[in-house]
Design a binder for this molecule. Sequence first.
Ligand SMILES: Nc1ncnc2c1ncn2[C@@H]1O[C@H](COP(=O)(O)OP(=O)(O)OP(=O)(O)O)[C@@H](O)[C@H]1O
Ligand SMILES: [Mg+2]
Length: 854
Amino acid sequence: MYNSKRSNVSPHTDHRLLDFEDLTPMYRHYINIKEEYISSLLLYRVGDFFECFFQDAVTVSKEVGTFLTSKEAGKKIGRIALTGFPHHSLDRYAKLLIDRGYSIAICDQVEDSLEALSQGRMVERRVTKLLTPGTLMDDELLVPENSNFLVALTIRDNLWGLAYADISTGEFCTTQGVDLSNLKSELLRLQPAEVIIPANDIDSGRMIRPGEESSLLIDAFPDCFCYSLRTKTTFDLNTAREKLLNAFKVSSLEGMGCHDLPLAISAAGGLLKYIEDTQIDQQLTLQLPKNYNLNDFLIIDYQTRRNLEITKTIKNSIFKGSLLSTIQKPKTSMGARDLQRWLIEPLLSIERITERQDTVEELVEDITLRHDLKKLLASIHDLERISTKVTSETANARHLSCLANSLLKLKDLSKLAHRGKSFYFKALQNTPKELEKLGIYIRSHLIESLPVKLKEGGIIKDGVNAELDNMRSQIEDDREWLSNLEATERQKTGIASLKVSYSKSFGFYISLPRSKASQAPAYFIRRQTLTNEERFITPELKEREVRILNAQKNLKKLEYKVFTELRSKVAKKGYAVYQIAKSIAAIDILLSFAITAVEKNYCRPQILEDQLLKINNGRHPVVEELLPPGSFVPNSVSLKSSSKVLEEPNLIILTGPNSSGKSCYLRQIGVIQLLAQAGSFVPATSAQIGIADRIFTRVGAVDDLATGQSTFMVEMNETANILNHATEKSLILLDEVGRGTSTFDGLSIAWAIAEYLSEEIGGKTIFATHYHELNELASKVSRVANFQTIVEEKPDSLIFLHQIRPGGAKKSYGIEVAKLAGLPSSVTTRAKKIMEKVSQSSRIILKLNELEDN
Ligand SMILES: Nc1ncnc2c1ncn2[C@@H]1O[C@H](COP(=O)(O)OP(=O)(O)OP(=O)(O)O)[C@@H](O)[C@H]1O
Ligand SMILES: [Mg+2]
C-alpha cells in the first residue's frame, strides 16, 4: 500500500502553508483534529490502516521505520507526505512511539464504513484515545513489573510542590520541599514517565521529549524525562483544592496530609486536570493522595542508585547484573513493582524494619510455609491494575474473571497467614469476607471461557438474568425450528432433494432443484432462479429469521448491560481490593527476601540506633553470582560514626593494587546497608547495622557526557554535594575521588576531604584510593584507619587474594596489572624504569609529615 510514487516535487509536510479549502473533505477533517491535538502525533484511521500525514508522517516514519510516501490531497494541493501501518499493529507502533517520548492521539472510525459509504457520506471519525507516556492504562503498553509515574510540579522560588500518580494502579502521592537540588534528586528517584510543568500560555500544550534541549527547562529538571507544558491556570491553588475535594468527595484536605502545603496541592490539582484532559472515553479514579516527606526514607541519590546498580547496571542500563536481579523475583506483578519501590525507599524506623525481618525469618525457618505461599501467590493476578481498570470502566470480562479467581484465593491465603505470627502475616489473617463474596458473585455471573470483546455476547451465564434466559430460550426454539425445517418441509412436500440454506444477501431460503420447482407448494414464495436451482422463502421462515437476528442483537446488548452493572458493583469495592493488593504485594516481597536468604545463605542483620556498622564476612551479591561458586572472598568491616569514640574508626583509607577488589568492597558495604534497611537479610555471616540517613557514593573521574561537564568538574560537584549534605548518620563511600586531576592537586584534595569527613562530619566513610600517601592521615587523625586489599607477588605474576587486611598498601602494582592486560613488554619495562626514578625523587611523604596538626 505504501509504495512511493516517484515525483519530482517533494510532498507537502506543513499543512499550515496550504489553502484549507483546496483540500479534500477528509484532509480538512484531519487538519481540524490535528489543530486540536497539535502536540501529539495524530494516527488517523483510514480503512484498515492508521495513517499519518504531513510532518507527523515524516516523524513517525523516522522513529519507527514505516515507509514514507505521498498521496494526493486535493487537485490544487498535489501530494502530501504520508505513512501508515495496518490497524492491527496499533499497539506495537504506539508502544514504540511512546517509548520515544511522544504522545499520540488515535483518531478512529466510530461507525461502520460500509454504512457511511452506502449513504454517500464520509465515515465518522473522532479521537478515541490520547496516549501520553505518563497516562497509560493498556496492558500492552505497560511493563507489569514497572511503575509508570506521572509527575506534576509547581515551583515558587526555592520552594517546590510535587504530586505523582501511577494511573494504572491508582497510587497517588504528594510532597512539598525546599531547594531545587532536592527536587532534582526526587525526580531522579521517581524516574517518571512524564512530568507536567506549568508554562506560559504560549508554550502550553508543548511536549519536550527526553534528551531534547529546551530553554523552558530549568537546571532542576533532568533532561532524561519527558515534559508536558500546561498553562499555569491549571495549577491555580483554589481550583486545585476544589478539584481534590470534589474528586475524593471530602470536605477537607486534612486526611490527605497536604492541607497546609499549597504547592503540593497545586501540583496535585494540575495532575488531576491533566488526567481529566487526556482520558477521553474513560473516567479515572485515583486512590486518596498520601503526603510524604523526603526524609521518610533512607535517601539514595541518583549517583548512589547508579553506582550501587540497584535496579539496572551502570554499563548497559540493564536489569541483569543489578542488585534487583539477585533477589528472587516476586510471584505477583504488584509484588515486583513494590519491590523496586522498597529498594529505593529503604526505611528509617527500626520498628518497621524489624516487622519486615520478623516475617522473613518466619519464612526462612519454615520451608513448607514458603512453598505453600509461593504456590498460592503464583495464582493471584495483578489485583492493583485490574481494580483500577474496573473503576475506570475499561475492564473486560477476562479482567473480572481474573479478579474473581484471585479473590477466591483469599480464604486460602488467610488460612495460610495463620501459620505466621509476624505483622505481615497478621495483616492477611482476616481477609475481608466481602471480597470473597465478591469473588463468588462475579464467578456466578461469568462464563468460563470469555471473549476479549464485550459487545459480542458470550459473557453471562444462564440463570443470572431472567430476561436474558428468556431471550436465549426463544432463540434456541427458533434455531431448533430452523434446523428441523428441512426435514419438515421434505416430509410435507415429498421432495427429498429439498434443502434449507443461508446466503449473506438474503438470509435463509429453501432450495429446490429446477426439475422439482414446479412441485413447490403455494406457500413457497419464489425469490431467485439459478441455473440448477430455484430459491424460495416462506413467511414463517422470514419471521423466525428476523426474530433470531433481532434477538441476537438484543441479547448482546443485554449481556453488555448485565456486565456493566456487574462491573459497577465490583468498582464499589475498588479500595478494599487495592488494600488487599498492597498486603499481598508486601508478603510476596518478603517471601522473595526469604527465598533469596535461604538460597544464598544470607543472615538477619541486627538493626541499631547506634551508629555502628559491623559486617562479618560480607559479600557482594552480584559479583558473587558472577563468579564460580565458592570463589568470592568474603570481607568484614567495622566502622562507627562520631568524631569522639575511639574503639572503631569512622573513616577507612583503603589502598591496594588495581583490580584487587576495592571498588567491589565499597559497593558491597553500600548494598548491605541498603538491603538491611529495606528489611531484607544480607549477604554476610553476621551484621550489626546502625540506621543510616543517607548513603553517598562517589566514583572518581567518570565522564558525564550527557551534561557536557568536564570529568573533574562532575567529580567535584558531586563531592561538594556530599560534603554539604552528609551527616554523622550517613554512610559515605568514596572511590578514588581526586583522580581526575594532577597527582598533586588530586592528592591534596583527597587528603583535605578525608580530614573533613572524619573530623567535621563524623559519618562512616570508606575512601578507596591509589594515593598511598593518604595512609599518613591515620597518624594525624585519630579516627582514621588504614586497610588494604592484598595480593601475593610471584616472580612473574600477581595473585589477587581479594582480602581486606589492616595496614596501608605500599605499591599499586599498576605496571604489573598493565602487563597482565597485555601491554607490550618494551612499554612496561620502560615504565618500571621511569617509576624507579620518579619514586626516588618524590618527597610528598616528607612534606606531609610537616603538615601542621590542625
Ligand atoms: N572479594 C572478592 N572475591 C573474589 N573476587 C573479587 C572480589 N572482589 C573483587 N573481585 C574481582 O576482582 C575484580 C576487580 O575488582 P575491583 O574493581 O573491585 O578492583 P579495584 O581494586 O577497585 O581495582 P581498581 O583499582 O583498578 O579500580 C572484580 O571484577 C571481581 O571479579
Ligand atoms: Mg576500583
